[in-house]
Design a protein around this ligand. Structure first.
Ligand code: PEP
Ligand code: MG
Length: 590
């Protein structure tokens, strides 16, 4: 129950449905301020030797990371860690920390943080690109040293929570989110982020209620405060009043009734009133998600985001390890399809152990297929693992971020090489495995006919397609209002892609977040989508909607949307239709 009176409401962007109540835990930067305490003369040597040990441990860690980078990417990329190693040996920094501990008698972690931050801030303020970059190196390394000094790592802190709480943070990376312990994290709220950031997608996949874009919330709350988080409407109530708790109690009841009602649809097909069968699949991030795919009644997997096999670990997964993960999902869901997407690293999903060079625009940078076509060995191992898994189920494969024909043909050539290798080694695989391309860059839409001639299907990644077409960063909460899935340009791009696929005799799906928005599903189907793939927990609602919809109605909506000049009007009409068809699933407002 709330400890204090005086309800306050913070509003943000709702990204993962559900209501949770509990104590707040403030996580991240603001908690990183290290408290100072005095040490005695006798404690001095032990305190200094702790720094010594932390430096040695950090050195080992960096050398190990460097070794892995060298193996995976070559000596050039590995050399960025030389600068990190130099920081560890910087006598001025170490001397100054030890002087501060001697003269001021403060704890070593505090002294180290003070001195290193002063150095980094000085470097960052100098108008010189080289020195500014050194300040980033400096902060990277000193954060690592501090964690070693304090015997903790930030992400493990979140995965080792002792009591259930609502996590509030300035930001959470997708990799930190993937490590959240669902039993302990009742919900989370961040200051930055947007609906299609991978952190938000991960929250939906884990079914953790979440809000992003809660401006300046961290400084206004404290760990231990009592709050209620409404992930349906994007409200965080600090010290919720009796009235608020009562209203939410009722909302939770209504939602439970709706969810229970939808359970009967689990084994029913996603078929429209006038008999069109839609393949309704699920997006998964990890092999364990297979249970949820079955539980929520999805027809296999329409997007397996394999990146999560690569992050939150110290080494790259081997071909064998990947094969085991892919085959586990394929075998568990056979004969249903499992569409494995090749590695889409970059953007907001980075390898913790192989830090790639910093980029000005990571979403426009060295990511996905661009990374794979250069890091051929990493790519080759993944392709072999996917092909091998195809012997044990109904596996399909697709490449992310295809921007031109060359990328598709190069990737297909590499697959051909892998097939030959496996054949020569006598290793089984499905010779007729379907290989497709994701359509998520406007250039791919413009050349969709050429791509369709070399692919067995398209899967439209609307999350990226929207950000690239409208030039709206999908991560930026400040411009989230401009990220408009029903912008007329998007409606036309979707139509062009679907028409090109059908003209060339291939099927087309949608695996971006649009496919999980009940308001937008009739539009997608009316435009011609054959398959939809969304987070497992959204499948029951979407199936319910499809079963109440007629294709005639969906087509009429799409035809009208193609003539409409206002994204807002299109969204409103889409929502009105969905509300009319399935009013129960809009039972989310208190
Ligand atoms: C997309 O861009 O819509 C997509 C499904 O890929 P991701 O969200 O992983 O970038
Ligand atoms: Mg994408």
């Amino acid at each position: 129950m709330p400890a204090k009176s005086g309800e306050r409401v913070f509003r943000g962007i709702p990204v993962s449905g559900g209501v949770s109540r509990g104590k707040i835990l403030i996580y991240g930067k603001s908690r990183d301020a290290i408290s100072v305490h005095t040490i005695t003369e006798e404690e001095l040597p032990a305190e200094l030797s702790r720094l010594e040990s932390a430096l040695i441990e950090t050195r080992h860690q960096i050398l190990e990371v460097q070794r892995q980078v060298r193996e995976a990417m070559g000596a050039d990329d590995a050399s960025i860690f030389d600068a990190h190693l130099l920081v560890l040996e910087d006598p001025t920094l170490i001397d100054e920390v030890s002087r501060m501990v001697h003269t001021e008698r403060v704890n070593i972690a505090y002294a180290f943080q003070q001195v290193s931050e002063r150095y980094a801030a000085t470097l960052a303020a100098i108008d010189d690109d080289y020195l500014r970059e050194r300040s980033t190196d400096m902060r990277d390394v000193t954060a690592r040293i501090l964690n070693n000094l304090l015997g903790r790592s930030n992400t493990s802190e979140l995965s080792n929570l002792k009591e259930p709480c609502i996590v509030i943070s300035e930001d959470l990376t997708p990799s930190a989110t993937a490590m959240l312990n669902k039993k302990m994290v009742l919900g989370f709220g961040t200051e930055s982020g947007s609906r299609t950031s991978h952190t938000a997608i991960m929250a939906r996949s884990l079914k953790i209620p979440a809000i992003v874009g809660l401006q300046e919330v961290v400084s206004q709350l404290s760990s231990g405060d009592y709050a209620l988080l409404d992930g349906f409407n994007g409200c965080l109530f600090l010290n919720p009043s009796e009235q608020t708790l009562f209203e939410y109690g009722e909302l939770i009841q209504r939602r439970l009734t709706v969810e229970q009602g939808l359970r009967v649809l689990r084994d029913e097909p996603a078929v429209t009133l006038d008999g069109t069968k839609i393949v309704l699949s699920a997006n998964v991030e990890q092999a364990q998600d297979t249970e949820a795919v079955k539980l929520f009644g999805a027809e296999g997997v329409g997007l397996f985001r394999t990146e999560y096999l690569f992050i939150n670990r110290q080494t790259l997964p081997t071909e064998e390890e990947q094969y085991q993960a892919y085959r586990q999902v394929a075998a568990a869901l056979a004969p249903q399809g499992v569409l494995i997407r090749t590695l889409d690293l970059g953007g907001d999903k980075c390898l913790s152990h192989l830090p790639t060079p910093q980029e000005m625009n990571p979403f426009l940078g060295w990511r996905a297929i661009r990374f794979c076509l250069e890091q051929r060995e990493i790519f080759r191992q993944q392709l072999r693992a996917i092909l091998r898994a195809s012997a044990e189920g109904n596996v399909k494969m697709m490449y992310p971020m295809i921007s031109g024909l060359d990328e598709l043909t190069q990737a297909n050539d590499l697959v051909e090489d892998c097939r030959k290798e496996l054949e020569a080694e006598g290793i089984p695989f499905d010779r007729s495995i379907e290989i497709g391309a994701m359509i998520e860059i406007p250039s791919a839409v413009m050349i969709a006919d050429s791509l369709a001639k070399r692919a067995k299907f398209f899967s439209i990644g609307t999350n990226d397609l929207i950000q690239y077409s409208l030039a709206v960063d999908r991560m930026n909460d400040r411009i989230a209002h401009l990220y408009q899935p029903t912008h007329p340009a998007i409606v036309h791009l979707l139509k062009m892609t679907m028409d090109a696929a059908h003209r060339n005799g291939i099927w087309v799906g949608v695996c971006g977040e649009m496919a999980g928005d009940p308001s937008l599903v009739p539009l997608l189907l009316g435009l011609g989508a054959d398959e939809l793939s969304t987070s497992p927990s959204m499948v029951p609602e979407i199936k319910h909607l499809i079963r109440k919809l007629s294709m005639a109605e969906a087509k009429a909506l799409a035809d009208w949307a193609l003539t409409c000049e206002s994204g807002q009007q299109i969204y409103e009409r889409c929502t009105a239709l969905a509300r009319r068809l399935v009013p129960d699933i809009f039972e989310k407002e208190k």
